[in-house]
Design a protein around this ligand. Structure first.
Ligand code: IPM
Ligand code: MG
Length: 357
């Protein structure tokens, strides 16, 4: 029996998470796996109900589960709260830190039937298959932040720190992942300007010598953002620090057709967290319009990485592939001649195809 903490969160989170639960239930039925889903509040929803975006009970539940499924957090309603109560800083970051989820995996894979859905040219994106590995518990997100009054007005500071230990563990992780793929690692930094990036690059260079079977490249982050849309097929595994990874993965999501397709797994500690890479999309929340596929594909990653259930993971991915091949699309992927589906219909169809319908 797998115990799963279910944290829908805010905005479209409450719409997409139930569709991923449906997919897991369908897989459970087909393969005889038992899941126990326990829901808890996080983000703005938790703040409204309990006065804190990460209630102690939610964190406890996550710690005692086998995996966590998260929707999205945040929204304009909570943007002006004191910083420590904001859903991002008060809930998502501490959750990642507490669970020691230092490695965030974001696979940017283009389903062939979505070749025309992207705003990018087909010949550029066809065959894209990149795994971005983002360091998730260090860097600017977690460095000291402060405000001071000065004669020139206020001064704001965010500190960017990385230790050799933090760099080594994420880079080693990237090498292991690359060995199971096309054996190429591209490390992304800004070593021409930042000291933390120079340590990053030196550390990668040392580790490269230990992994002669893997091709190692270094790239500046500005160049990488350009290369991702110029020639994305040059990349296999990209490994980078927290904030660069945040920015580059939103960009890379367009290689897959829509940010609504980009799944993610955050791993490293005892309990891993699975969430789509996108946010709570307040502009379309509550309208049954959101694309649940990134969340459903994150559930597939849960089966693969937390439970070592490859066949079950592939079954979900194939059901998603079939939905797209048959021309069904949520609005974010819509093209002329395709068949519109809402959030719930998409989840129902994926579940049906998992069960072999
Ligand atoms: C992501 C999101 C988060 C991040 C936000 C919501 C804090 O953008 O998971 O990419 O920046 O890590
Ligand atoms: Mg982001």
């Amino acid at each position: 029996m797998y115990k799963i903490a279910v944290l829908p969160g805010d905005g479209i989170g409450v719409e997409i998470v139930p569709e991923a639960v449906k997919a897991l239930q369908a897989v459970g039925k087909k393969f005889g796996l038992e899941f126990e889903f326990t829901e808890a509040l996080i983000g703005g929803a938790a703040y409204d109900e309990l006065g804190h975006p990460l209630p102690a009970a939610t964190l406890e539940l996550c710690r005692h589960s086998d995996a966590v499924l998260l929707g999205a957090i945040g929204g304009p309603k909570w943007d002006n709260l004191p910083v420590e109560l904001r859903p991002e800083i008060g809930a998502l970051l501490p959750l990642r830190k507490e669970l020691e989820l230092f490695a965030n995996l974001r696979p940017c894979v283009l389903f062939p039937s979505l070749l025309h859905a992207s705003t990018l040219k087909e010949e550029v994106i066809s065959g894209v298959d990149i795994l971005v590995i983002r360091e998730l518990t260090g860097g600017l997100y977690f460095g000291e932040k402060k405000r001071e009054k000065t004669p020139d007005g206020e001064k704001a500071t965010d500190i960017l720190t990385y230790s050799t230990y933090e760099i080594e563990r994420i880079v080693r992780f990237a090498y292991q992942a690359a060995r199971k793929r096309r054996s190429k690692v591209c490390s992304v930094d800004k070593a021409n300007v930042l000291e933390s990036s120079r340590l990053w690059r030196e550390t990668v260079t040392k580790l490269a010598a230990e992994h002669p079977d893997v091709e190692t490249a270094h790239m500046y982050v500005d160049n990488c953002s350009m290369q991702l849309i110029r020639n994305p097929r040059q990349f296999d595994v990209i490994v980078t620090e927290n904030m660069f990874g945040d920015i580059l993965t939103d960009e890379a999501s367009m290689l897959t057709g829509s940010i609504g397709m980009l799944a993610s797994a955050s791993i490293g500690g005892k309990v891993a967290l699975y969430e789509p890479s996108h946010g709570s999309a307040p502009d379309i929340a509550g309208q049954n319009k959101a694309n649940p596929l990134a969340t459903i594909l994150s559930a597939a990653m849960m089966l693969r990485y937390s439970f070592d259930r490859e066949e079950e993971a592939v079954t979900i991915e194939q059901a998603v592939r079939r939905v797209l091949e048959e021309g069904y699309r949520t609005p974010d992927l819509m093209e002329p001649g395709k068949k519109p589906l809402n959030t719930v219909q998409t989840g129902d169809l994926v579940a049906e195809y998992i069960l072999g319908g």
